[in-house]
Write a protein that binds this ligand. Structure first.
Ligand SMILES: C[S@@+](CC[C@H](N)C(=O)[O-])C[C@H]1O[C@@H](n2cnc3c(N)ncnc32)[C@H](O)[C@@H]1O
Length: 391
C-alpha cells in the first residue's frame, strides 16, 4: 500500500479559489494554499482519489513530481531526466506534455515542451528499452510543466479529461457554462438545498443540474474514468472504498424543488437530456417558457441566472432592451426573492435599475464577469442588512 503524502495542485476558474480551498479541506486535503487560479494541497492517495471524485470546483488534480530551479533548457532536460517516470506508468501508455509559463526568460516554450518529452522518453528507453508514444488529442497520461522566472514545476495529471467534463452533456447549446463554474456560482449564493431555486434562462441546464447534484450530494465523478487508474500505484480496493463512501452520502431526491426554464426549444431539450443522463430529471421542473411570461412560485427562494451577454451571444443593442425589461420583471414578479445574476456585461445593474447588495468578481475563461446579488423587495431592491443563511 502507498502511504506517501503527495503535494498536489488543483486549478479552478479564477474567483473560486476560496470555495475550492474549503471544499478540498472538507475532502481531507491538508496544508492548503490558495494562489490565483487554484489551490495547492497535500494528501495521500485517498485524498487524491476523493478530490477527483467529489470536487465540484476543481478543473483537474495535478500531482507534483518536481520543483527545481532552472536557468537553461538543458537544466530542464536534466531535471526531467532525473525522475523515475517508469515508476509511475508503463511505456504502453501514451503521453502529452503541456507547458505554461509566467515571466519565463527562455525563448521558446515549445522547445521546453519538446525537451521534457525527450527526457521522459529517454528515461524509458534507458530503463525499459522502449518508450511511450505521444498522443496530443487523447493521451493516457498528461504531464504539465509550469515555469516561473526561476523554477520549473512538473506535475503528473491524475484526472484525465477535465473534471468539469462530467459526461452528461451531449448536444451543444449556445454559451453553456462550464460545470465547475456553475457549481461555484450556486455555492457562492450560499444556497444549501433548503429553499427553492429557479433558473429562468437555463440554456442547457448547467446551473440547475449542478444545484440538483449538490442538493442530492451526488459526487460529480461517479461513472467516469480517471488517469490515476492507469498509474502503476493504482489501488483498486482503496478506489472502491472512496467511491462507496461517496455513494453512501447520496440522497434519493432533492429536498427542495428546483425549477428551470428557457424560451428556446433546443436548449430545453438539451437540458432535459442532461438531467436524464445525470439521474436528476425528477428533481428539476423543466419548462419551455419565455421569462417575461413566467411567474415564479409563490413561496420565494433564489433565482440564479446567466443571461446572454455581448461577448458571447447578443449584441449590446439587444441587451439595452433586455436588461430594463428584466428589471421590471424582477421588481413586479419576484418580490421576496434573492436574485443572483452572472454576467460579463458590467453595465447590467445600471440597465436593470436595481442596486446590487453584493458583487463577486469571477472569470469565465478569460472573460471578467460578476455575480451580482439583488434582494427584491416591494418597490425595488434593497441593500442587505443581515446576511442570508449560509451553506
Ligand atoms: C448564456 S445562455 C445560458 C446558458 C446556461 N447557463 C448554460 O450553462 O447552458 C442564456 C439563455 O437565455 C435564454 N433566453 C434569452 N432570452 C430569454 C427569454 N426572454 N426567456 C427565456 N429564455 C431566454 C437563451 O435562450 C439562452 O439559452
Amino acid at each position: 500500500m502507498d502511504n506517501t503524502n503527495y503535494r498536489c495542485f488543483a486549478p479552478c476558474p479564477r474567483g473560486l479559489e476560496a470555495l475550492l480551498q474549503q471544499e478540498l479541506g472538507a475532502l481531507g486535503a491538508t496544508d492548503l494554499r490558495q494562489t490565483e487560479g487554484g489551490v495547492g494541497f497535500s494528501g495521500g492517495l485517498a485524498a487524491v482519489y476523493r478530490a477527483n471524485l467529489e470536487s465540484r470546483i476543481a478543473s483537474r488534480i495535478l500531482l507534483e513530481v518536481a520543483h527545481v530551479p532552472y536557468r537553461t533548457e538543458q537544466d530542464i532536460y536534466v531535471a526531467a531526466s532525473a525522475l523515475s517516470w517508469p515508476q509511475w506508468f508503463t511505456p504502453a501508455r501514451t503521453i502529452k506534455v503541456k507547458t505554461s509559463a509566467q515571466h519565463c526568460p527562455l525563448k521558446s516554450i515549445d522547445f521546453v515542451t519538446l525537451r521534457i518529452k525527450d527526457a521522459i522518453c529517454d528515461t524509458f528507453t534507458k530503463q525499459k528499452g522502449t518508450r511511450p508514444s505521444v498522443n496530443s488529442n487523447r493521451p493516457d497520461i498528461r504531464i504539465d510543466a509550469f515555469l516561473d522566472a526561476t523554477h520549473l514545476t512538473l506535475y503528473l495529471g491524475t484526472t484525465g479529461d477535465s473534471l468539469f467534463k462530467r459526461g452528461f452533456r451531449e448536444s451543444t447549446v449556445e454559451a453553456p457554462l462550464r460545470e465547475n463554474l456553475a457549481a461555484g456560482i450556486v455555492q457562492l449564493t450560499g444556497w444549501n438545498g433548503t429553499t427553492l431555486l429557479l433558473d429562468p434562462l437555463c440554456g442547457g441546464g448547467t446551473i440547475a443540474l449542478e444545484a440538483a447534484m449538490l442538493a442530492r450530494k451526488i459526487a460529480p465523478g461517479l461513472g467516469r474514468r480517471f488517469a490515476f487508474e492507469l498509474f502503476s500505484n493504482f489501488d483498486p480496493a482503496l478506489w472502491r472504498t472512496v467511491q462507496a463512501q461517496a455513494q453512501a452520502k447520496q440522497l434519493p431526491s432533492s429536498p427542495v424543488p428546483i425549477y428551470a426554464s428557457d424560451r428556446d426549444a433546443h436548449a430545453v431539450q438539451a437540458a432535459k437530456d442532461q438531467f436524464m443522463r445525470a439521474g436528476v430529471a425528477s428533481d428539476i421542473a423543466l419548462t419551455q417558457t419565455d421569462l417575461f411570461d413566467l411567474t415564479p412560485p409563490q413561496e420565494p427562494g433564489i433565482i440564479v441566472m446567466n443571461p446572454p451577454y455581448g461577448v458571447r451571444l447578443s449584441t449590446q443593442a439587444d441587451l439595452d432592451v433586455f436588461y430594463p425589461k428584466l428589471g421590471s420583471w424582477l421588481k413586479t414578479r419576484c418580490v421576496g426573492w434573492r436574485v443572483y445574476l452572472f454576467t460579463g456585461d458590467l453595465r447590467a445593474p445600471k440597465l436593470i435599475g436595481l442596486a446590487p447588495t453584493k458583487r463577486t468578481p469571477l472569470f469565465n475563461g478569460a472573460i471578467e464577469c460578476r455575480l451580482y446579488e439583488f434582494l427584491i423587495v416591494q418597490g425595488g431592491a434593497r441593500r442587505r442588512l443581515t446576511p442570508p443563511a449560509q451553506a
